[in-house]
Design a protein around this ligand. Structure first.
Ligand SMILES: [Zn+2]
Length: 454
């Protein structure tokens, strides 16, 4: 297949916007990025997609999300409003995840995946919890990913909050799915696995060690870290160590581990993340919504920590997360020089591509060059001001909108064309989700603690 008549944003280093080239795709790979005239002449029999002058870009990548939160949209929390992040966990997320059946897990994932296709997010790293439907939950999500045609990295959040048996079941689910992914291709190799941990504040030393012991060699972890100060206080009370020090002591950090948030870490913890090669993900919309503060992303980047961009279950419209990051750090620091476009690109493009690429190592992701994966989008953007490789980040922040994505492709397979989803039946997903969500909300009401308990 040849994609032509596009302005090609390579997101390579340095970035380029190419106007006289086309891409030829074969077996899911960009076989050639070459002269448009030459490619069309050499391969007259190839299927062609005329982009009509749109921008051709690598698909967006989301470094940390929660498909299981899809049914929370519009749900009322009974009683008084949660006062802080631990209260949000007790009153919203923990009773909600207890309410999920395997079918709810499947449709929560499908809702998010349809959103991702529509908004040009082609790889998602998910962090899943469903304490009353643990066994097989990752297979169910994997099947949803397979049907969507997208690419994903899955894990189950191990936690002690529901007792030892469920912690053990969470460990078993991670190990089973990791083994399954290692043994053969799940969703033709588009689904990979890591080992999920909820957060230090719901994990005993014994469970951390059990996870470390159970994780197959070479496996990293995916865990929330210091999202709120309570994670630090809990760690100090348990162990006398701050949370990153504690995770280091239990062998959880490393070059394949993802630490989500890192809002309340201190300088030594930042250094430990850097020295261990641990990835950090930043989720500015979530941080603002939960009122937990803002990670010091600028300092982490200056230190050389690999910081990526996630959405923590917000819409799979990653440019919204770009825009929020761009604005948040300016107001948080009262300094309009914070989070300039190049720092944003470093996080949302290059580090996200490096993180996702670690899970799918056979070809580069998140870049348009010969030999890279054909995970691509078309963006119908006609700027009223000059557009160049150098000012593209500011066009994205001030001009782009997710509705401009007209085509989404993963590994050369078109998942949406002319804004029509080709792999997922959105009407069916929407109708069934609405039925399931109403039942989830009823069960949630039975699990949510009374204000006197919370
Ligand atoms: Zn999260």
């Amino acid at each position: 297949m040849i994609l032509h008549n596009a302005r090609i944003v390579t997101w390579d280093q340095p970035n380029q916007i190419l106007t006289d080239r086309a891409v030829r795709i074969e077996d899911g790979i960009i076989e050639e990025l070459a002269s448009e005239r030459d490619l069309l002449a050499r391969y007259p029999q190839d299927e062609r997609i005329d982009a009509g002058g749109q921008l051709l870009m690598p698909g967006n990548i989301c470094a940390h999300t929660h498909f299981y939160g899809a049914f929370a949209r519009g749900m009322a929390i009974p009683g008084r409003a949660p006062r802080d992040f631990p209260d949000i966990l007790r009153k919203l997320w923990w009773p909600l995840d207890k309410s999920l059946t395997l079918e709810d897990v499947r449709f929560s994932a499908l809702v998010c995946l349809a959103d991702a296709v529509r908004h040009g997010t082609t790889t998602l790293i998910d962090h899943h919890a469903s304490p009353n439907a643990i066994d097989g939950s990752l297979d169910v999500i994997g099947e949803a990913v397979e049907s969507s045609g997208l690419r994903a990295v899955l894990c189950y959040e191990v936690t002690d909050r529901d007792g030892a048996a469920k912690a053990e079941a969470g460990i078993a689910e991670n190990v089973r799915f990791l083994t399954r992914c290692a043994q053969g291709k799940v969703a033709e190799g588009r689904v990979a696995a890591t080992f999920g941990l909820h957060a230090g504040l719901t994990l005993s030393d014994a469970t951390l060690d059990a996870c470390r012991g159970a994780a197959p060699a070479g496996t990293g972890f995916h865990i929330h870290v210091a999202e709120h100060e309570s994670d630090e206080y809990d760690s100090l009370a348990r162990s006398g160590q701050r949370v990153v020090d504690r995770l280091q002591a239990h062998g959880i950090l490393g070059e394949r581990t993802i630490a989500a948030h890192a809002v309340h870490i201190d300088a030594r913890e930042a250094m430990l993340l850097k020295e261990s090669g641990t990835w950090v993900t930043h989720q500015p919309r979530s941080n603002m919504n939960n009122g937990v503060g803002a990670a010091d992303v600028g300092s982490l980047q200056r230190l050389g920590v690999r910081v990526c961009l996630g959405n923590d279950g917000f819409s799979n419209a990653m440019w919204e997360e770009w825009k929020t990051a761009y604005l948040l750090h300016k107001v948080w620091n009262r300094d309009p020089r914070r989070m300039p476009g190049d720092r944003l690109v470093e996080m949302a493009v290059h580090q996200n591509a490096a993180l996702a690429g670690m899970f799918f190592p056979s070809a580069p992701l998140g870049v348009i060059r010969t030999g890279a994966r054909a995970d691509l989008i078309l963006v119908d953007y006609s700027p009223t001001t000059p557009l160049a490789a150098g000012n593209l980040p500011w066009h994205i922040v001030f001009g782009f909108h997710e509705s401009m994505v007209t085509l989404t492709m993963v590994e050369g397979r078109v998942l949406m064309r002319d804004r029509q989803l080709l792999t997922l039946d959105v009407e069916q997903i929407t109708a069934r989700s609405r039925e399931l969500a109403a039942k989830v909300w009823q069960r949630y009401a039975t699990f949510v603690p009374a204000d006197s308990e919370a």
